[in-house]
Ligand binder design. Structure first.
Ligand code: ZN
Length: 128
């Protein structure tokens, strides 16, 4: 994917985020921020009877990378088990974002939503 297309895709998620809002009630409910950039996210999720993620919503504010990553993550994790999510790392986030190699300064932005998801699952007792 060309750089411009990648940028366009991120901007599209930034301006029209998927699953933007709050689930109530939710099994996972967590707020996390990335103070180095000023990104903030509130993530809520429900798990199905099979233990897999049934639905996810997020709200927040921050840079294009953090918000686009959160938007894409809400689509990518549905159907996954908490253990599968725990195995996700930067490589998968970069792949999800179109194969981009993120600069050091952007890594924390891109990982904010994934880290919130993992911590939220731990707080909810769904992940050891
Ligand atoms: Zn950021």
């Amino acid at each position: 994917m060309s750089h411009d297309l990648y940028r366009e895709q991120l901007l599209d998620h930034f301006h029209n985020p998927a699953n933007f809002g709050v689930l109530e009630p939710a099994d996972v409910d967590i707020e996390m921020d990335n103070p180095t950039c000023g990104d903030m996210i509130h993530l809520t999720a429900r798990l199905g009877r099979d233990g897999r993620i049934a639905s996810v919503m997020f709200e927040g504010q921050g840079c294009v990378v953090s918000m686009a990553a959160a938007s894409m993550l809400t689509e990518a994790v549905v159907g996954k088990t908490p253990a599968e999510i725990d195995e996700m790392d930067l490589g998968q986030i970069e792949e999800m974002m179109g194969g981009v190699k993120l600069s050091m300064g952007r890594v924390k932005c891109a990982l904010l939503s994934l880290n919130a998801m993992k911590q939220g699952l731990r707080d909810a007792g769904r992940l050891a």
